[in-house]
Design a protein around this ligand. Structure first.
Ligand SMILES: [Zn+2]
Ligand SMILES: [Zn+2]
Length: 256
């Protein structure tokens, strides 16, 4: 792994370590391009504050710190300033308007909830296929904004109902869209290492059958997890057994 686009910072309140420790860990791991993509602040109506994202007034410090590190380590590594965002129709345009005042290099789409979190702040296991449909519809709409570089943990939703065919049908919509748009989908190493419900084997078998490429995402929430070698080996081994090609470098979609 030479390109690493999915990295958090302590500003999201559930990651640890100094920004510079992530950079040093990436240099030690031989990373050429380190992209930070902390949970994007969104201007919620009514002053709502998300518990797992940086707050809007932390975006300045996020950018200032990463610009400083970009310059300090410019001979050793390239640092990108990204954000991991969700797509929710009502919040999308105000969020873009806000982010565009900052030097943001790219966005990855990491949909964490079915509906916007002030409406339904949970993504518990669900037997409701309609929730899966809503979830996938939001992701596909986000992919089609033309501003998303790649889709993080596309298989995060935890469907535990009986309609396996229905689940596969929804997932195939997302995978087909990624092929149509030439947009990689992420095999998430945090989910793999933590034995979460994703990466989902059913999902990745559909990726293999439709012929979409994958990109590995460290989703680092601590410096030690930046480009963790054993995890990368394990993920590459799994994906190569399914004949899924793995992309390392992606073309960034600019948001300006
Ligand atoms: Zn995420
Ligand atoms: Zn993440």
């Amino acid at each position: 792994m030479k390109y690493c686009y999915h990295t958090h910072t302590a500003r999201c309140h559930h990651a640890t370590g100094e920004d510079e420790e992530y950079v040093k860990a990436a240099i030690d791991a031989g990373i050429k391009v380190l992209g930070f993509s902390d949970h994007a602040p969104m201007p919620y109506p009514g002053g709502y504050v998300s518990h797992y994202k940086m707050t809007p007034n932390e975006l300045y410090d996020y950018c200032a710190s990463l610009l400083h590190l970009r310059d300090k380590y410019k001979d050793k590594i390239e640092i990108l300033i990204g954000l991991e965002t969700e797509y929710y129709a009502d919040l999308w345009q105000p969020s873009l308007d806000f982010w565009r005042d900052y030097p943001i290099d790219y966005l990855i789409l990491g949909q964490h909830y079915v509906n916007e979190e002030t409406i339904d702040p949970s993504i518990r296991p669900t037997k409701d296929l309609e929730k899966v449909q809503t979830y996938i519809d939001n992701i596909i709409t986000g992919m089609n904004t033309g501003l998303i570089t790649y889709v993080a943990h596309p298989d995060l939703i935890n469907y535990v109902g009986d309609d396996r065919e229905g689940y596969i049908r929804e997932m195939r919509k997302l995978i087909s869209e990624s092929i149509r748009l030439g947009m990689p989908i992420e095999y998430n190493l945090l989910g793999m290492a933590g034995e979460r419900n994703y990466p989902n084997d059913i999902f990745w078998r559909e990726v293999a059958s439709l012929g979409a490429p994958a990109i590995l995402g460290c989703d680092s929430h601590s410096p030690i997890r930046v480009s963790e070698k054993d995890e990368i080996l394990r993920a590459n081994d799994y994906l190569s057994k399914l004949n899924i090609p793995v992309i390392d470098k992606v073309e960034l979609k600019k948001i300006k």
